[in-house]
Write a protein that binds this ligand. Sequence first.
Ligand code: ATP
Length: 358
Amino acid sequence: MKTYRIAAIPGDGIGTEVVAAGIEVLNALAGREGGFELQVDHFDWGGEYYKKHGRMMPEDGRDQIRDHDAILFGSAGHPDIPDHITLWGLRLAICQPFDQYANVRPTRVLPGITSPLRHVDGDELDWVIIRENSEGEYAGVGGRVHQGLPLESATDVAMFTRPGVERIMRFAFRVAQSRPRKLLTVVTKSNAQRHAMVMWDEIAAEIAREFPDVTWDRMLVDAMTMRMVTKPKSIDTVVATNLHADILSDLAAALAGSLGIAPTANLNPEHTYPSMFEPIHGSAFDIMGKGVANPIGTFWSSVMLLEHLEENAAASRLMGAIERVTADPDFHTPDLGGNATTDKTTAAVIEAIRGAND
Ligand code: ATP
């Protein structure tokens, strides 16, 4: 029997509620599937930890989770703490040193879910957005000087390296190649950003030669927003920079029905460090403690976690269970227009896992 060590970092707000639900579901799955078990270690890092200790995670925090097989993350954010502290102090403090350079965001209209786009269902909207997660506009290069003086200035430099662009392009072409349509759109802005984005385009064309069976095209990010809304079926796999994909994937989550459903994986594809899985929503303090947070984004992220561990049978059993549950409006939480609680939806998914014969 294989034992996987999972580091659970629920964080703040509804992060604590959805990660608890995610662990319950993962344990039910390990029990149903056999062959593996989970050892889950909980870490209470985040905004509350910051209020007590003046930092989002302990100094040796990364050492504590370095040898885990995967990280299940909730959300970091606190109404009293500036966002750049919560983000750089925890999520990015894990993503960057663990070289989780590929952020993968599947988007699909699940059964029973209504897209705000008329007549669009899972046949027409089934995408994977790949976000460069280690450099670009969020590289952290820049500075702020002369604060409080008329001369105050600040820079954020978008930094792109050839190895960084090559590896994300290669990863994206591989994902596109693994999907039935073998179709990749490279998002760019090389008309206005005439240095780094031109290099981005050139490297895309170079890597494309390694994947003759993948059809690819290039699209300016502004035009891409229109294409996502007007021709969703023309899109399959997408690769974009850190900033561009950040924005496009929120649009994608909204088009797929709710922020509460969307999952993401921060992958270190070489498995040198653990990868991290999380719903894309934030702490949502407005609904915290009410028991109505939609746990589906965390469940779908858990599917990605299982795929990363190559527990493919368990991953597809969980995805099947999620789809059976979303198909029934009785189990829709309020963000989807229903009145189910987090617990009710979680129990339904566990029931579907236990009942599934496939
Ligand atoms: P943060 O600052 O941590 O990003 P936020 O509250 O600004 O958090 P989100 O949590 O991403 O932003 O979400 C915005 C809104 O969407 C929330 O206020 C909430 O009403 C809704 N929402 C997000 N996630 C969920 C969920 N899982 N279930 C139900 N509603 C959700």
